[in-house]
Design a protein around this ligand. Structure first.
Ligand SMILES: Nc1ncnc2c1ncn2[C@@H]1O[C@H](COP(=O)(O)OP(=O)(O)OP(=O)(O)O)[C@@H](O)[C@H]1O
Length: 314
């Protein structure tokens, strides 16, 4: 099956030699919402800009709706709408003209009814005759979305759509994203807010150091969230796990002074009672016990941290 966006071994080395993308391969299906998570400087904006044809990759290929973003630039570009991270609007222009003009840039015929629809949906209709500079930051962000939607793109990129916006606008944005998906629009967003990825994405990709570390269905990740960890601090240190405990999902840590037991909260039996009995039978005494929920944030931090270490070691 061919995807709406096909990214094949994309690499980017900026002038000056910095390698921002180290071979990213990813297919995004029509109507999917993909959230790209990653720390600052991970390469998220570079990847989005490459798909939008704003950054030329050093290697690999990107196709949008089957059109190569380099060799078939025009066709690919009209399919894409981009809501950038930075507000890049003309301060003296009126809202409605800004959005109309944007549609025109893509060679689409003037369609006032469509522009009205977009402005109403984004609660901008009352402000249509205001100059951009008179708007609040949140309103300017809405204008950026209106601009990106003005030519009816099939793929919408949102680069940090809710950075610095208030809670109400964030919820509004999420609702708009849902509606667009219902229209069959494919949505790719970058975010620093794990909560945002949890709320709206179908799939979550984690990018760090120019590499895609993981792409997984959100529901599968959520199942991992269902896992809890029991941290058992022992009175004595162990050099290795005793044979009798081999069938438990246990890790030895803190130089053998603690055991971490991972269990599924959804399971009928957690196995905790059996584990405690097995510890006692082994003659091990427990100093303290804590439980903690493994969150998407933990998974994310572990992933990014471990890769960082590998790179340092290389
Ligand atoms: N035009 C450029 N020339 C040289 N280096 C660049 C250029 N643009 C970006 N970079 C570098 O490439 C790396 C990736 O940047 P990018 O903006 O893609 O990261 P990001 O994941 O979007 O980060 P953030 O979350 O901070 O927006 C960074 O180290 C950045 O300094």
């Amino acid at each position: 099956m061919t995807g709406m966006v096909e990214i094949d071994d994309v690499r980017k080395i900026y002038d000056g030699g910095f390698e921002a993308l180290k071979g990213v391969t990813l297919t995004i299906e029509k109507g999917e919402i993909l959230a790209l998570l990653g720390p600052n400087g991970a390469g998220k904006t570079t990847l989005i800009s490459t798909i939008c044809g704003l950054v030329t990759p050093t290697g690999g290929h990107v196709r949008v709706g089957g059109h190569d973003v380099i060799t078939d630039y025009r066709a690919a570009r009209t399919m894409v709408g981009l809501v950038p991270q930075e507000i890049n609007l003309e301060p003296f222009e009126k809202v409605i003209n800004t959005v109309r003009y944007s549609r025109g840039l893509f060679g689409k015929p003037r369609d006032d009814a469509r522009i009205e629809q977009i402005l109403r949906r984004l609660s901008l209709w009352d402000k249509r005759n205001s100059a951009i500079r008179e708007l609040s930051g949140g309103m300017k962000r809405r204008v950026l979305i209106a601009k990106a939607l003005s030519h009816d793109p099939r793929v919408l990129f949102l680069d940090e759509p809710t950075a610095g916006v208030d809670v109400e606008l964030r919820r509004d944005m999420w609702e708009i994203v849902e509606e667009l998906r219902a229209d069959g629009v494919t949505i790719i967003l970058t975010t620093h807010y794990i909560e945002e990825a949890e709320a709206i994405a179908d799939r979550i990709g984690v990018i760090s150091g120019g590499q895609l570390l993981l792409v997984e269905e959100k529901d599968a990740l959520m199942q991992r969230l269902g896992q809890k960890q029991l941290c058992i601090e022992l009175q004595q240190s162990l050099s290795e796990l005793p044979e009798a405990l081999a069938d438990f999902d246990l890790d030895l840590c803190d130089d053998g002074a603690s055991l971490v037991y991972t269990y599924d909260t959804a399971a009928e039996r957690t196995g905790i009672a059996r584990l405690i009995a097995a510890l006692t039978a082994e003659g091990l005494s427990v100093r303290d016990i804590q439980t903690r929920q493994k969150s998407l944030e933990d998974i994310f931090v572990d992933l990014v941290h471990n890769t960082g270490n590998k790179e340092d070691a290389a």
